[in-house]
Design a binder for this molecule. Structure first.
Ligand code: ADP
Ligand code: MG
Length: 706
């Protein structure tokens, strides 16, 4: 995916480049997807090494970073047997000597390395049998070393094993880039309008491309990277913003023109509490949105327990007041059931017809529901994935609410809102996994976002502790006391995967230990895990919900949405194995009633640095937004769910959240541009339009789906 301006130069086939040739071109294509000059020039270095600093051999320790040495290769020998031969060259400088070791390319190295010559060597010191050596270092004759330098920096290119084995290594890339840059036309088109370049004080695209491959110094490298990151993020943002523009201006939406009887009666007579300011604000935002005549596509973020459901329910009433149907889709059967129970209770004695549709709805009842839905005899339907099946036909769907969004893929969302025959229904996606602003902008830059950033009054913050195996008896003792006061307890084990026999064993052993320990004074234990039949799961869950069992031993199947206000303690076993957002979700299952709630993280003594930070973060804060920021920092963007399938170009250079500031600048520039010239028809903005067309042609049309 490239934002380079279309040009004859960039479109040339790499096989015509000096140093490439047909065979290497094939390798470039198969290993890296590089076909053209343009593709190659965007194969950026991943590291720039300061080649001005030379280490002395006696300075080296295992902790040293990549180091550069200058010395004489004294001897070259092979060791080991046939199957595990290694080549050892001894390098000496005036402070000592060190072994350079290779396990591959031995034949080639034997032929080229010259004993008695001076070399520059570059590698990472490692310890082996108590001695420091360098494994697979880069070596270069001192005599030719200076040729491959630009300033003091040397660029290192990402390479694959296969490619290195065939001689296409970092240095080979370096040479090809050198040849390519040498031919770069003196006048290179820009990919950004001049005003943006000037306002943001960016260097030219041409300079940036030269400097990222061959930086004069550290500063030029920074400005070059800045420029190219800006390009990436700018084009990412402008694509998202355009999708949003298209949606808000072109796609017609239903108009919820009146606030009717249902909404008003509910608000005045049924609502069991006052709405928080945040809930009111979000309701207003949605109300405004549904008046515009354009389709709403909104993400509602709110921490666990912040009261998203009631907001959704009131929006659905608004929809029904205007003569249309509404639906809410939940990711699990238990959750759908729970929504059904609480919504029917809230709407008791109100003229709204409600149904529940899930995988286990009996066929006779299903038939009845589907008919009613199609005849407009049903106002509100609650369900699971069953709602998106083809047989489900709405008479007039006005609003689709999707709960706990992260469980559903983009495709499924699309399927749901394509269920309207004429005009797209409004869509409200609710998530309890807060997404950091940076990420939200990248992933959902095309959605409107509402945030409930306030918990209902009277909630006591959950107290979280980290405990180890030697504290277990005390932890269990504490559980006993709380149960005696009438509370209930969750004990959660890491997910059972079919292949993970160990996890299953741990769960069962844990369960038995719990049953044993709590026999006196006869506390009852439920168990729920993924291998159980849905009916059995529900049965056990019901026992716990109704208070017949005091302890629920479970896997993460209870992670999402389940609401048992009397449960006030969450024990998480092997907590170090969970990700931060999952820990936060699990903890959100308690703290729903009026009682002081606790979360106890049971962990191994030996914790990795990351795991310690995750658990410490949990102990320090209850704020989902803070947690999501830490999570993003620890994991980086690549691992966060959904980023791969965001359907937009992948980022080569920009690294979120580190490059947050550039992202915000790029987004602002894109917003300003679209505000002054939405159609990109002004002459100076034509480059943006061309580039966008280019990008669209390269990726096929993803736009509409997300
Ligand atoms: P979530 O945002 O996690 O989906 P819920 O919608 O399930 O949260 O709400 C959690 C609990 O808080 C529910 O029992 C709900 O009735 C209650 N609740 C929601 N809004 C308020 C409010 N404004 N005041 C008091 N309780 C509220
Ligand atoms: Mg919820």
């Amino acid at each position: 995916m490239s934002y380079l301006p279309a040009s004859v130069f960039f479109n040339q086939d790499v096989k015509y480049l000096k140093g490439a040739g047909p065979q290497r071109a094939e390798l470039l294509q198969s290993e890296y997807g590089i076909k053209t000059y343009g593709d190659l020039i965007l194969h950026f270095p991943y590291r720039w090494v300061d080649r001005s600093r030379f280490y002395k051999i006696n300075e080296l320790t295992e902790e040293a970073p990549f180091v550069q040495l200058r010395g004489k290769i004294k001897t070259i020998s092979t060791a080991g047997d046939k199957r595990a031969t290694r080549l050892i060259a001894t390098l000496s400088d005036d402070t000592g000597s060190i072994d350079l070791v290779w396990f591959q390319q031995i034949k080639y190295l034997r032929e080229t390395l010259k004993a008695g010559s001076d070399y520059v060597v570059f590698g990472k010191p490692t310890a082996f049998n108590g001695k420091i050596n360098l494994v697979h270092p880069d070596v270069e004759l001192l005599a030719t070393f200076n040729e491959t330098l630009s300033g003091n920096m040397q660029s290192m290119y990402p390479t694959t094993e296969k490619s290195k084995g065939r001689g296409l290594d970092s240095k080979a890339f370096w040479r090809m880039q050198k040849n390519l840059i040498a031919q770069l036309p003196p006048e290179l088109d820009e990919c950004l309008p001049t005003t943006i370049i000037n306002q943001t004080k960016l260097i030219s695209l041409r300079q940036a491309l030269i400097q990222i491959h061959f930086p004069d110094d550290e500063r030029s490298l920074i400005t070059a990277r800045y420029r190219l990151k800006f390009d990436e993020l700018f084009y990412l943002q402008i694509q998202l913003l355009q999708q949003k523009l298209v949606r808000t201006h072109k796609s017609r939406g239903r108009v919820f023109s009146k606030v009717g009887d249902l909404f008003n009666t509910f608000y005045k007579q049924h609502l069991p509490f006052d709405l928080t300011q945040a809930q009111k604000r979000v309701l207003k935002e949605i109300r405004q949105n549904t008046l515009t005549g354009h389709q709403m596509n909104r993400l509602l973020q709110g921490d666990v327990g912040s009261g998203k459901t009631i907001v959704a329910l009131m929006c659905m009433l608004l929809c029904i007041d205007n003569g249309m149907q509404a639906c809410i889709m939940a990711p699990t059967e238990i959750l759908a059931q729970q929504h059904y129970t609480s919504i029917t209770a809230l709407l008791r004695n109100m003229p709204v017809s409600i149904a529940l549709l899930t995988g286990s709805t009996k066929s006779k009842e299903r038939k009845h529901i589907l008919e009613a839905l199609e005849n407009n005899d049903l106002n509100l339907i609650i369900g699971t994935h069953a709602l998106i099946e083809d047989q489900v036909v709405f008479a007039d769907l006005g609003l689709a609410v999707i709960d706990e969004q992260h469980r559903f893929g983009v495709q499924q969302r699309y399927k749901l809102w394509s269920k309207s025959k004429t005009v797209l229904p409004h869509v409200l996606v609710m998530t309890a996994t807060p997404i950091p602003r940076t990420l939200a902008m990248t992933l959902y830059g095309d959605l409107d976002v509402s945030i409930i950033d306030e918990l209902p009054p009277g909630r006591q913050p959950i107290v979280t502790h980290l405990r180890f195996e030697n504290n277990r008896l005390r932890v269990f003792g504490f559980l006993k006391e709380e149960i005696k006061k009438g509370r209930q307890v969750y004990i959660v084990y890491p997910l059972i995967d079919e292949s993970e026999k160990m996890d299953y064993m741990n769960l069962m052993q844990g369960y038995e230990a719990v049953v044993q320990y709590f026999q006196q004074p006869e506390y009852k234990v439920s168990i729920v895990h993924g291998k159980m039949k849905p009916a059995d799961k529900d049965f056990e869950m019901q026992l716990f919900v109704s208070g017949k069992t005091q302890i629920m031993v479970a896997t993460t199947v209870i992670e999402v949405g389940v609401n048992v206000p009397n449960a006030s303690i969450m024990v998480i076993e092997s907590a170090q194995r969970f990700g931060l957002s999952q820990l936060h979700q699990l903890r959100g299952r308690v703290g729903r009633g009026a009682y002081q709630s606790y979360c106890i993280l049971m962990a191994d003594y030996k914790l990795s640095v990351d795991a310690r930070q995750r658990l410490q973060t949990m102990c320090n804060t209850n704020d989902g937004f803070v947690i999501s920021e830490v999570d993003l920092k620890l994991r980086g963007m690549g691992d966060i769910q959904g980023t791969q399938q965001s359907g937009n170009m992948s980022l080569r250079l920009a690294d979120l959240p580190k490059d947050k500031a550039i992202l915000e600048q790029a987004r602002q520039a894109a917003i300003n541009l679209l505000e002054t010239d939405a159609t990109l028809t002004q002459p100076e903005n034509k480059v943006v339009r061309n580039t966008l067309n280019n990008l669209a042609a390269q990726k096929g049309n993803w736009g509409k789906i997300s």
